[in-house]
Design a protein around this ligand. Structure first.
Ligand SMILES: [Zn+2]
Ligand SMILES: [Zn+2]
Length: 197
């Protein structure tokens, strides 16, 4: 998606469209490259927003480079017809952005920038020891929090507030009547949003 560089970056809390999310995220990454010393060419990154139900908050899609491996510097001049680093795509999950605060979103972007940095240097990227060292150095999580809708929502039967979210079966969802809500000391009801209940 071509974007006008002159447009001002929206405030994080004011981001309301896919284009604004891309603009904010790209501006953040441009700053982060400087601030954290990434060796990344942000101009060789394309951006997209995914609204599909994906569990990852963000992902970097790269072309497959034969024989490339992390740790072995790649010579792009001999590797590609264009003689330059191929573009990779930063794919952002709208639902993750919606549920993350600014700091967690920024840390997620730094995690993805480590992938871009590895790809641009080596033609490959992974979550191995070199990734871990780099992620730590740039204050990014080694694993981005898996983003998913909760499988179960437990609500207070008295006031109706959400009390807890669970992503898998557990004692609480198997037997909610054994627990009381902290807000009202009332029974809990357990719903599966997927079932439309
Ligand atoms: Zn990753
Ligand atoms: Zn309550």
């Amino acid at each position: 998606m071509p974007l006008d560089d002159i447009k001002l970056e929206p405030a994080y809390d004011a981001v309301g469209t896919h284009e604004e999310l891309i603009r904010w995220s790209r501006a953040y990454c441009t700053r982060a490259v400087e601030q954290y010393g990434f060796t990344v060419d942000v101009d060789s990154v394309e951006w997209e927003v995914s609204t599909r139900a994906k569990r990852r908050a963000a992902a970097v899609k790269t072309p497959q480079i034969e024989h490339a491996k992390v740790g072995t510097t790649i010579d792009w001049e001999t590797q590609t017809p264009d003689e330059t680093v191929p573009t990779c795509t930063m794919s952002l999950s709208w639902r993750a952005f919606d549920s993350f605060g600014r700091d967690e979103w920024a840390a997620t972007l730094r995690h993805e920038l480590v992938h871009v940095e590895q790809f641009q240097a080596f033609g490959a990227t992974d979550h191995g020891p070199a990734f871990k060292r780099r992620a730590t150095a740039v204050d990014a999580p080694v694993r981005v929090r898996r983003f998913t809708d909760p499988k179960y929502v437990l609500t207070c039967t008295d006031c109706g507030d959400d009390v807890a979210y669970r992503y898998r079966d557990c004692k609480l969802v198997r037997n909610p009547s054994a627990y009381r809500s902290a807000c009202c000391e009332a029974d809990l009801s357990c719903e599966r949003p997927d079932d439309g209940t």
